[in-house]
Design a protein around this ligand. Sequence first.
Ligand SMILES: C[S@@+](CC[C@H](N)C(=O)[O-])C[C@H]1O[C@@H](n2cnc3c(N)ncnc32)[C@H](O)[C@@H]1O
Length: 245
Amino acid sequence: MTEAAAELPVPPEQAGAAFGDRFADAVRYAELLADAGVRRGLIGPREVPRLWERHLLNCAVLSEVIDREVSVCDVGSGAGLPGIPLALARPDLEITLLEPLLRRTTFLEEVVKLLGLENVRVVRGRAEEVLGKLPPVDVVTARAVAPLERLAGWGLPLLRPHGEMAVLKGDTAEEELKAARAALGRLGAVDATIVQVGEGIVEPLSTVVRVVVGESPGGVRAATRRAKAARASRPPRNAGGRRRR
Ligand SMILES: C[S@@+](CC[C@H](N)C(=O)[O-])C[C@H]1O[C@@H](n2cnc3c(N)ncnc32)[C@H](O)[C@@H]1O
């Protein structure tokens, strides 16, 4: 055990409510972060004493804004935040952890296997590079990946029509949303709000920026790209104008 791992506090009472049946796995995940996560440089040693409040619980409460049985892509998952706490709290979700760095995807794959997370898969890549290679999802999540405007450019095109991006942000949420409004419109967003979640679980509450897209997530360019891809995948017409079987 590392020196840092010895600093991991006992789980707070609220962790039981947040993780329910998967509480023991949440404890195991906290231990993995505090030990291998710190040793491999995926999380700072100074985070260990506040792993529960600031990381596991802060992320798990994102589930309050996510519908049942939907698909989720966690962009820039890092050591699994918010994707892993979300998967533990919500076994009904199908979660893809998207992360470009090999060192991090290796850790994520180990965690998924150790915790038996059947609702999670790990994909190595950058959001802007996997566009069109992954099926569109209902929800994109992210925390600490990029300013909202840039993140929206990566995340919104991954959504299906009427999908939603739910981003954990800190004190800068309002400011970032204001700065991103015009870009969000160009990217196909039809609504953007800020909500607080985690009443009774985390203090201070977690701030979530919710961005909903319309018919054409990713804006005009993405819609054109999708239409082209759909045309290309259609079977060619024969001389009589009827489709070949
Ligand atoms: C500061 S870390 C945050 C990790 C985690 N979300 C958290 O809250 O602890 C940012 C992560 O985003 C990833 N990242 C950066 N650019 C990305 C992109 N274009 N697509 C997907 N992930 C990206 C990085 O590799 C890194 O793991």
